[in-house]
Design a protein around this ligand. Structure first.
Ligand code: GLA
Length: 403
């Protein structure tokens, strides 16, 4: 199993090594790491409300007969002059694709700037939990679609952190690692994300989805190896420009609702609390809170259903989640709604929903393995754009890779 997974990442690592030799005078890198992208099965926009989320990492794109594991790899070597030189091979990344700057010290802190892709890396370097860091050369290669709702940014942050751990080990605290990566995204990329993406990219476990309690940061493994079941991810390949401004607005609305309810967060509230305080809230803020409170409950019920292999209940909860994200939280879009509707027309599909922040990106569909081919064909036929499909193989989180 492990051999196959490494082979899946092999082509990405090979690509990074070739680029490294080309950029750094033919030298071979000494260190290699990988960090996966993620898909969230249920529990959307609940992480920054201290609620539950149920994500997993590890999925493969179907390229004729080949499976290609989606992730970010970073290869490199330390250097002695205190300079950090990093290259990205991502075609979608803006120019310049090479950045160079001195390793941070107590008096010389890094700051965000241009190009945008480097901010995720710089942020992690700045917030790394050990030091002083030496200079290094590195090349980054990723096949997680940028902005596709599969958390390319968290996989880049977590790959960077894992790389730094090989150069200058920290105390190995995985929760602190995920939190440092989240802080990097807040302060260097300007995105006030929750903890889900970084957490699952660090903590993913082969063969399992992970129920994360975003209040206590406890995690619970939920086996997902039933061969009769398939988790299909469909990328709409659309990204609406709203994402940047709408996410912080949703966060603020949730905080406003919690405050009006006299709660530390919406995790502490139930539907009865919300109804009792309805007159204190605007219609929009009320609906936002209704989504979050309902979604937290749905996620814990979905975790129980998955444990009991009750896929029908799980699927029904997924559909309820989608409808709530569409109507109350207003983060879906016609393309995602269309993909979900098409999936639900196929016999053998238990449930389907948008996954990730919304306004484009991907849907996740739970279905009987025997219905997979038909689902693919049907969704392709019904969808107006060009959809891309991925199948899941729940895998481990970030790790060092042999070279
Ligand atoms: C983005 C954020 C996550 C989470 C999801 C919505 O992916 O990075 O923290 O809030 O949106 O569930």
């Amino acid at each position: 199993m492990a051999g196959r997974r490494e082979a899946d990442l092999g082509s990405l690592l090979a690509q990074a090594r070739v680029a490294y030799r080309g950029a750094f005078a033919g030298a071979d890198p000494e260190i290699a790491v990988s960090a996966p992208g993620r898909v969230n099965l249920i529990g959307e926009h609940t992480d920054y409300n201290q609620g539950f989320v149920l994500p997993m990492v590890g999925f493969s794109q179907r390229l004729s007969l080949q499976a290609l594991q989606l992730g970010t790899v970073m290869v490199g070597s330390p250097r002695r002059d205190g300079t950090i030189s990093i290259i990205t091979t991502a075609e979608e990344a803006e120019e310049p694709k090479r950045v160079q700057f001195p390793a941070p010290t107590e008096t010389n802190t890094l700051r965000p700037g241009e190009p945008h892709w480097a901010n995720y890396v710089k942020g992690v370097i700045q917030h790394y939990r050990a030091g002083p860091l030496p200079g290094f050369n590195a090349v980054i290669a990723s096949n997680v679609p940028l902005g596709g709702g599969l958390s390319s940014s968290a996989s880049l942050e977590v790959a960077t952190y894992t790389f730094l751990q090989q150069l200058c080990p920290d105390d190995g605290d995985l929760v602190a690692k995920a939190l440092a990566c989240q802080k990097a995204e807040h302060t260097f990329a300007g995105m006030p994300c929750g903890i889900m993406d970084q957490f699952i990219s660090v903590m993913g476990k082969e063969g399992n989805a992970l129920l994360i309690d975003c209040r206590s940061l406890e995690t619970f493994l939920l086996p997902l190896t039933d061969p009769s079941l398939v988790v299909l991810i469909t990328n709409s390949n659309v990204r609406h420009a709203l994402t940047g401004s709408e996410y912080p607005t949703r966060r603020r609305q949730c905080e406003e609702a919690a405050k009006a309810l006299g709660k530390a967060s919406l995790r502490e509230a139930c539907m009865a609390d919300l109804e009792a305080a309805r007159a204190l809230l605007s219609e929009v803020v009320y609906r936002r809170a209704r989504h979050v409170i309902g979604e937290i409950e749905r996620t814990s019920r979905a975790a129980q259903a998955l444990q009991a292999k009750d896929y029908r209940t799980f699927g029904r909860l997924m559909v309820e989640s989608h409808n709530s994200l569409r109507d109350d939280y207003e983060v879906s879009c016609p393309e995602l709604d269309g993909l979900v509707a098409a999936a639900l027309e196929v016999r053998g599909v238990y449930g389907s929903r948008m996954t990730g922040g919304g306004f484009g990106g991907c849907t996740v569909t739970l279905l009987e393995a025997g219905a997979a081919e038909e689902a693919l064909q049907h969704i392709k036929e019904k969808y107006n754009g060009t959809a891309t499909f991925y199948f899941t193989t729940p895998s481990d989180g970030a790790k060092a890779q042999p070279l």
